[in-house]
Design a protein around this ligand. Sequence first.
Ligand code: HEM
Length: 478
Amino acid sequence: MTNNWREKMKDYYFIGAAAVGVASALYWYYKDDAIGVTAKVDKSVKRSTPRITEELLSPEFENATTISIPFSEPYIFINDPESVEYVTSTNFDNYVKGKFTKSRMTDVLGNGIFNTDGHDWYVQRKLSSKVFTNKNFKTNIDTVFTDNINILLKVLNDHASEAKLIDMHNIFHRYFMDSFGKIAYGIDLQSLEKGSAAFVSSFDRAQNAMADRFTSAFWFITDKFDFKLQRDIKLVRSFGHKVVEDRKKNGTPSNNHDLLSLFMEYRHDDGTSLTNEELADHVINFILAGRDTTAQALSWCLFCLHQNPKVKEQVFKEIDETLGEELIPKYEQIKKMRYINAVFKETLRLYPSVPREGKSALNDDVLPNGTKIPRGAIVAWLPYAMGRSDKIWKSPEQFLPERWLSGKQPTQYEFPSFNCGPRICLGKSLAEIQGVFTLVSILCQFDFNIENTASVTMKQSLSLPMKYGLQCSITRRN
Ligand code: HEM
């Protein structure tokens, strides 16, 4: 009996060692490819192994390019507006986040809005949309935004006096984290004044890991043994839980209709409320939605203004003419500043905060242009590439806010930086108002000069961060 057991163990060791050997060999073979890619149907990809941050984002990466990934579903790229409309709206039910996305995101995001489909998604969308109303935006501008912008202006003023370089990319992330903490959960994180909490760095690393999982064949093995990452994920999850537990302990302030209180009031059909785990999912998902996207849009906006001094002059002119002696804009003034609103959109055309999008096909399908989509394929489109395509835009390489002021305006499918169809960004209006509000408030008093433009480059992630930040010198405007 004992011998038999020993023999069996030997077999298991042998099988285990062989499996590790095969996995190592495959890893070694594919390790230089961003996604271990072989271009199959493509006419435009120059190499057979495109790296996602370079060729995949280039406008040359044209429609109906198919790439296959070892041990994964094929990707089919559809960078034409007609196909994007079909996938995101016309045949919405056939294209889901599905197992492909969920398997890569659930340990961090749980079943939050970014990671769900069907009924679960619909309920979350309906509930959350109650917070994103014009009335709430107006109130937020007079309260949360104004409190927070005063802290930001003080930080900038101190730096202008010291004549030191400041990383505006980092500052914007901390500023939007604080604003969003207050709007969504009524918590004061104070990261602008005190520096980011440990959880923020863990959140950044967990987010990068999730992005890498879409381009790595062996993420489910490597991430399991990445103990630092596992600790980061644990910290992110416990932050979500702490926000929920603190709210339950301290109660909801009267008249508070923030996101967390709405989710806490929600009852399932059987009368049960959301568990702490589900509430923590919502907290974490909305930080992902609300912080990085707008912070990165504003960082790229300062970069574009630096590269286009004539546009910057126009921006200063509009601010000075609209605000007069005032320093902080009101809701109506923000709406009136058409040129700066156009600058914000033009930035998102060239630097969309979510540069890649993808959905999984539930059933075989055929796109209007005849592209066959097999069941399970990932249909992907690239707002980054579409924003630079001369099939959609005139002189796409030029930063021209004027294109947003007259003439035919692009449809949501031609300009998918906020996504499109029923899953269009829920925070679009909030982001536009808060983005322009922040830009106007800081440019009313300060000018920013980027010291080394060559160091401004993007980093691979789910969103579009700057790899080395945005080092600026600040001067006060007279
Ligand atoms: C410049 C800023 C922003 C940009 C460019 C942007 C863009 C996007 C994009 C492309 C998506 C689709 C992502 C996906 O497929 O999963 C999305 C979804 C979403 N965004 Fe934004 N976003 C911005 C700011 C915000 C803000 C401030 C909020 C506020 C919380 C927000 C809330 C959401 C939510 C809840 C979704 C999920 C919608 C759904 O799946 O039904 N976004 N956003």
